[in-house]
Every structure is written in C-alpha cells, then in structure tokens.
Design a protein around this ligand. Sequence first.
Ligand SMILES: NC(=O)C1=CN([C@@H]2O[C@H](COP(=O)(O)OP(=O)(O)OC[C@H]3O[C@@H](n4cnc5c(N)ncnc54)[C@H](O)[C@@H]3O)[C@@H](O)[C@H]2O)[C@@H](O)CC1
Ligand SMILES: [K+]
Length: 549
Amino acid sequence: MKVLTAAEMQACDRVTVERYGVPSLKLMRSASFAVAAIARQLFSDAHRVLVLCGRGNNGGDGMMTARLLAEAGLQVNTILLGAPDGLKGDAAAAWEELQAFAHAQRQQSSIHLVTSAEEFLPLNALLQADLIIDALVGTGFQPPLRGLPLAALQWVEQGAREAKILAIDLPSGWSADISADTAEGSPAFPADAVVTFTAPKPAHVFGLLTRGLSDPVIIAPIGSPNEAIISNLGLHWSGSSKAIADVERPANSNKGMYGHVLVIGGSSGKSGAPAMSSLAAMRSGAGLVTAAVTPSVLPLVAAIAPELMTHALAVNPDGEISAGNLHPERLEALLKRITVLAIGPGLGTEPQTAEFVLGLLEQSRLSAVVDADGLNILAANPNRIAAIAKGRTLVLTPHPGEMARLAGKKTAEIEADRINIARDFATKYGLTLVLKGWRTLIAHPDGQIAVNTTGNPAMAKGGSGDLLTGMVAAMLAQHPHDVARAVETAVYLHGLAADITVREPGIGGDQHTLLATDSLANLYRAFHYHPQAENGYVWLQGISPDLGS
Ligand SMILES: NC(=O)C1=CN([C@@H]2O[C@H](COP(=O)(O)OP(=O)(O)OC[C@H]3O[C@@H](n4cnc5c(N)ncnc54)[C@H](O)[C@@H]3O)[C@@H](O)[C@H]2O)[C@@H](O)CC1
Ligand SMILES: [K+]
C-alpha cells in the first residue's frame, strides 16, 4: 500500500472523478459510510455524538457521517463552523442533505452554527458527548491551526473530559505531509482513532496521531481504482507484504524447501543472542537452523531447543572466533547446505573475528543478514562493503547508533533524516537496510522504502534485535526470490507479536515486564493476523478485532 502526499491524494480523487467517472459526492458518501461504520464498531457504547464540521470537504464528510449516525438511532449534535452560505461543492450538498434530514426527522439530534469563539460557550452541554467526531480540517489544512477550528480545539480541551474522539482523515491540526512523530508547531486535536481514505499519508505512517500507541488508524477504500493511486514518494507500508506469509504450504512439503539458516555469533559470555536468533528463525518457518558459535557457549546455545543444530567455530588461544575458520575445508563444512547466513548476534569484534566475518562474506555469495557486532565490523571496514554486497542478497539491520557508525555520521543526524540516509545507503551499496526504531524503515536497493507501523516501546530491550535477525533470515530462507516482501514481513510480524503480547494479561503483558522472547509465544497469532479486516478496512495502527487466536 503506497503512501501519498496530500497533493497526490487530491490528484487521486480528481482522477477517480474525471477519468473513472465516480462522482465526487459518491466518494464523500463512501468515506462517510466508512467513518460511521467504524465509529459504531469502535465506540459501540456511544449514544451521544458531537460532530464538529469545518467548511471544506472534511466538514462535508462529517455532515454525512452525522446523518448516518442519526439514522442509526444515535443522538447526534452537529456544529458547523461559520455560516452555511459560503459552503461550496460537495460540502454544500452534504449540508443540504443534513438539513433536510433533520427537518424531516425532528428527533433528538440538533444542528448548530458557530460564527465566533464566544458562541461555543452556550453549547457546553454538548461536550457531555460520548464521542466527538473531528471533521474540521483534513488534507486541505495548512498549518498552523487558527481561527474557529483552533477555538473549537480549545473549547473541547477545556470542556470534554470523558469523550472519545474519532478523527476524520487526520486529527485537525496535523499536516498530512509531515514525516515526524509530532505535529510540531501546530496545536492539534487529540484522537482515540483515525479513519483515513484510500491510502495513508506521511502523517499516518510517521506520526503518533492518537492518544494511545495502539489506538486504531484505519484506511478505508472508498472507490478509487488502483490505477488512480499514484505516488512519487517511493514509500509504502510494510503490512501489505505480510500476504506472502499467508500462502499455505503444499501438502508434499519437505524441510529442504524452506531453507537452512546458519546463525553465526556467540562468543564467550554471549550465548543468549545467537540462541534467541536461532529460536526466532525456527519459529518463523525456516526448514533447518544451525547455530555456529564458540565451543565455550555451544552447550548453552544448543539447550535453547532440541530442534537446533550447532557447529563449533574454531577459536584462537584467547577463545575468540578465529580467522582459521576461513580455511577452505573448515569453510566448506560450515556452509554445507546452508542457504542463508545470519551474522552478528553475540559475535564480538576482535581482529581475528572481524577477519573471519569479512572473509566469509567476501568468499561466499549466500544471502546474508548482518546485525550487531557484524555491523560494527562492516562499519570499521567501509571500503569492503561494496564488494560484500555485490551479487547477493545482503540485509543490514542497524539501530540508529549502528547506522551512525556505518554512515560515518552522528546518531542525531541519522534521526533527523532517516528516510534519505536509509535510501542513500541502500542504493549506494545495492543492499537492503532495516533502520530500526520508532517506525522502522526498510530501504531497498532500488530506492523504494517501506515503513513499518507495528512495535512498541516495550521492545526497547536487549534481545529484540536478535529475534529480528533470526526472523529476517528465516523469511529469506523461505522466500529467496521475494526479498523485499520477506524482509518487510519479518519486520512487521516482529513488532506485531510484541504488540499482541504487551496488551494481554500475562507475564509479558506490560511495557516493563515484556521480554523479547515472550513475544515468540504469540508469534503464531501474528502469522494468523490479517491487517486487512474482513470488511476491507486496513488497520495501519492498532490491532483489528479479527485477530485470530
Ligand atoms: N473527492 C474528494 O476530494 C474527497 C475528499 N474527502 C475529504 O475532503 C478532505 C479534503 O477536503 P478539502 O480539500 O476541502 O480540505 P479540508 O476540508 O481538509 O480543509 C479545507 C478547510 O480548512 C480550512 N483551513 C485550512 N487551513 C486551516 C488552518 N490552518 N486553520 C484553520 N482552518 C484551516 C480552510 O479554510 C477550509 O475551510 C479530506 O481530508 C477528506 O476528509 C473525502 O470526502 C473523500 C473524497
Ligand atoms: K479532521
């Protein structure tokens, strides 16, 4: 699913109307239908609804939603900012319809006009609503929020304590094109859920638009054909790729069809990291997994699961992984029948170890995932990265600190320009770069970027990255010809498993208590989950109630 700028979204709507003959009023109707349906699904206890309508088409969506909810029997009070005289186009039509409906019904719902900030005060009782629908401004908003929409925000903030807030398209005050996690410089409506249409805009994938991290942000298709959804951003959402994990395995499957992952790491005192990577690779569907570690930690790593095979790496007199592992016979034994390398968990960066890792990556053309100390070794030898990346699938999974070392920049510089830095690095070397953090980016060698929307702060702990390394390797092992979707799926499922775990009662059911490996217990539920719910709405953020058990 592509991410579109506000201008591209407007172009999409225009093309849908002009080239595909869908009347714009019909688009608005579909949009409102989705908002009303989602309002009733998410806030099923709400009876009193307040709809705040601006004067553009976002307001028009609100007016139509108000009518739909009133028709469904809810008590709906609608406020229009300004006089109806100047309303144009579809918003004017929506207003006419709402007026006519209210007139005919004469029921408990009401419509109010507010033309100055003082006029909100007599309407204070309306703030006792269970649900407020924010339809003030959408993609037509130019920051910062001002005038009556700003006054409406202040009124709501000081008076509506209990109400849940559902934003149409964007919480008013958020600029659609922003690629930061906050609506910097512009006050914005709080939101407990957001419904947007057709495609996410940058704010939907990069911003934390809602009060809670797991509050829903939902994309509703409203009738634009795929051909009309065009973007030059080169940015898409990782969740769509998860479809590759939904394909049933053929009945006559054998383990050779799903690849053999070799995890390389595990120096003295670091047995946990390769063990976790191996376990995650096994739990993500790899046919076979072998952990190659130093003899000192081998028994501990092997103990993680009886299904895991192990291989003792040669060590130097100090017990460090030695360059002797590059000896042709040793190398041949190490790589026999292996299809994917996962290098780095608990590896160490001693000179001999570095020599082995660089030599291994240069001499073999196997697909490889490199993390942790493997990245630090590459960062210390930047002149060798190009040759290593050439002619193979190479996936690097740095956090911002590791990325800073790889790119020769400061961590703050990475954080300030994640998209460009990730894209430049991936295209320069022809590799896949997973830049971890809030909204992990997956930059592909062709310059396309996927943004991931699963994951939560409970994952900011040791072990998280080790699991991801194993998961990426396992997905590559199973989908060697679909590298982009394999990596995006691993990232998506990794975050989702933690999201599922942290919200449920149990030992990992809290941001503090979650351990990386707790998530593995829910990985099967992440695999079963479809971000596109049965009704066609896509859950970009939050977990739809369709979650399988
Ligand atoms: N065919 C279409 O174009 C469709 C549009 N849709 C809706 O239409 C919206 C876009 O509609 P518009 O292009 O009319 O724009 P909006 O309705 O998003 O915004 C325009 C209004 O916002 C006000 N405004 C802009 N900046 C402001 C600021 N800084 N402070 C206060 N007020 C400000 C303008 O004065 C104007 O009244 C989408 O967000 C979506 O909700 C949907 O109905 C789907 C179909
Ligand atoms: K809005």
